[in-house]
Ligand binder design. Structure first.
Ligand code: AMP
Ligand code: ZN
Length: 114
């Protein structure tokens, strides 16, 4: 499958790894919108929020259990924001489910991650 984030997970495209386990991969956004801008993706291909099902939602739960630790490791010391853009109106540009973690500074009100 020709998916950018599947290639990053597979190590075929270099990335700034922040955290990895059997289920997820977290790495620095190539075009940061805040001092800290990390993307967390499931290792299995899920296209977007629209493709979360009862069969694959356990990995989403694991990601959310881990996000506070990933945010801390990445340098968020006094809070962070989590965003997932789904579909054209939200401006989703990579069709592999991902959660933006933004922080490291006081964030502007309007920031959508991309
Ligand atoms: P979205 O537009 O919400 O789908 O988010 C996609 C994000 O992926 C954007 O913030 C991009 O800056 C980021 N991105 C695109 N290519 C790469 C890459 N090779 N490494 C890291 N982040 C990337
Ligand atoms: Zn993928």
């Amino acid at each position: 499958m020709d998916c950018l984030f599947c290639k990053i997970v597979a190590g075929e495209i270099p990335s700034g790894k922040v955290y990895e386990d059997d289920y997820m991969y977290a790495f620095r956004d190539i075009s940061p919108e805040a001092k800290v801008h990390v993307l967390v993706v499931p290792k299995q291909h899920i296209g977007s929020m629209d493709e979360i099902t009862a069969e694959n939602s356990a990995v989403v739960a694991r990601i959310f259990e881990k996000i506070p630790e990933i945010a801390r490791m990445a340098g968020c010391e006094s809070g962070y924001r989590v965003i997932s853009n789904c579909g054209p109106d939200a401006g989703q540009s990579v069709m592999h489910l991902h959660f933006h973690i933004l922080g490291g500074e006081e964030l502007p009100l309007h920031i959508r991650g991309n």
